[in-house]
Design a protein around this ligand. Structure first.
Ligand code: FMN
Length: 186
């Protein structure tokens, strides 16, 4: 029987018609056997403030951490904002890394994608890799999914319409499945 791998998908864009969230929806349609994907909306996560920890984690953060803990791997898709990842994504990651001895991330397999402009989110993705290494996540290096000129590959609702990109997403999912199984020792 195929081993089951549950993936939590996180988009760095909160926009309703986001291309990056659309990339996650496409991943959901292209899942290989043995994989499931839950797309998690980070919009309810408050701005990080250490003072809030005095009353325990805010419920939205607790829920986010619970979903990460239940996932075998993460799939983060990020736009590029000012040569880096959007603040909302960094904020969610910062929250889930706290308290320090209860970080959600060490040892978690991670795959990264992004849809953007002519650089295809390459600068944001390299920042995300740096953040992931600081959190001791196990990021898959290849294949890279850097969707260039996203406006040509998504419709106005953020649905992916480009077959070549669909194939890239499919290849990434297969690699993430193999990566997660390898780290599991299967
Ligand atoms: C504040 C801000 C900064 C941005 N900076 C960059 C950038 O540095 N490089 C880039 O390629 N696109 C940049 N963009 C364009 C976004 O990448 C583009 O809006 C993208 O489609 C957003 O992804 P989404 O469709 O998933 O919302 C920026 C957009 C915003 C709002």
């Amino acid at each position: 029987m195929t081993e089951q791998i549950h993936v939590l998908g996180i988009s760095g864009s909160l926009r309703k018609s986001s291309n990056n969230t659309g990339l996650l929806r496409a991943a959901n349609e292209l899942l290989p056997a043995g994989m499931s994907l839950e797309i998690y909306d980070i919009s309810a996560i408050p701005l990080y403030n250490n003072d809030l920890l005095a009353d325990g984690l805010p419920p939205a953060v607790q829920e986010f951490k619970t979903r990460i803990a239940a996932a075998d791997a993460l799939l983060i898709t990020t736009p590029e904002y000012n040569y880096s990842i959007p603040g909302v994504l960094k904020n969610a990651i910062d929250w889930a890394s706290r308290p320090p001895n209860e970080s959600s991330f060490p040892g978690k397999p991670l795959a990264i994608m992004g849809a953007g402009g002519v650089m295809g989110t390459s600068r944001a993705q390299s920042h995300l890799r740096q953040i992931a290494s600081g959190l001791n996540m196990l990021a898959l290096n290849k294949p890279e999914v850097m969707v260039q000129r996203a406006w040509e590959k998504f419709d106005q609702h953020g649905n992916l319409t480009d077959d070549a990109t669909r194939q890239q997403v499919k290849d990434l999912l297969l690699a993430l499945r193999d990566w997660t199984l390898r780290l599991r020792g299967s």
